[in-house]
Design a protein around this ligand. Structure first.
Ligand code: ADE
Length: 211
């Protein structure tokens, strides 16, 4: 799967996806992540990407043209490309949404906005879908793009190693412990449940299911 990220903060994005599991997935060519900076698609000497809103009001608005050019660069001649924009009022992103993206598209373009928003003509011109990662307001679309890339990539077979897939089941179903057996915190002892030290795998399995 190819993720194309449109952001004026490419380093912010790369610092997240170029570590750990997502870095390994890129090396294994299971995913490909490209970042495009609208600033590289400006035509003025100041390389500006924002301007005052028509009709007045506070803040600045991201201009349409640098974003549209960046998207067209990302799209190239590819067909069947999904274009997503981020907004707290958009469609709620879920695991189900991630699986559907996975199934239907090989290329996804994620537009991360800053400032007060993006010129509304971008959404219209690209027939982009607005997506929200949750009921709160963030300062920009970079974290939402990271969330979508992360949650979508980990559904691709081979991205998670065997241990990590098991980890997911364990996280979903039970508590976990590691050494040492007893920890002391503010004068109180906290022990690992005895059953986990018993070596009785059948009983441990049952105990985990019950959690
Ligand atoms: N931009 C600001 N807040 C957001 C959110 N919760 N989801 C997606 N994009 C956003």
């Amino acid at each position: 799967m190819n993720f194309h990220i449109i952001t004026i903060f490419p380093e912010m994005f790369r610092s997240y996806v170029d570590e750990s599991i997502l870095a390994r997935a890129q090396k294994k060519k299971l995913i490909n992540i490209k970042v495009y900076n609208p600033r590289d698609f400006t035509k003025d000497i100041h390389r500006s990407v924002d301007d005052k809103p028509y009709g007045g009001g506070p803040g600045m608005v991201m201009q349409a043209e640098p974003i549209l050019r960046a998207v067209e660069k990302a799209r190239g001649r590819k067909k069947n490309v999904k274009v997503i924009m981020f907004s707290p009022g958009g469609k709620q992103f879920t695991n189900k949404y991630a699986r559907a993206l996975n199934k239907k598209y090989k290329d996804v373009i994620l537009i991360s906005g800053r400032y007060e928003g993006i010129d509304s003509r971008v959404k219209k011109a690209l027939r982009a879908e607005e997506v929200s990662i949750g009921p709160y307001v963030l300062t920009g679309g970079e974290v939402p793009a990271m969330v979508v890339v992360d949650a979508t990539a980990r559904q691709i077979p081979g991205v998670l190693g065997h241990a990590e897939s098991l980890e997911e089941k364990r996280i979903a179903s039970s508590e976990m412990y590691t050494r040492p057996e007893i920890i002391k915190h503010k004068g109180k002892n906290y022990k690992v449940p005895k059953i986990l030290l018993s070596g009785d795998h059948k009983k441990i399995e049952e105990w985990r299911k019950g959690r």
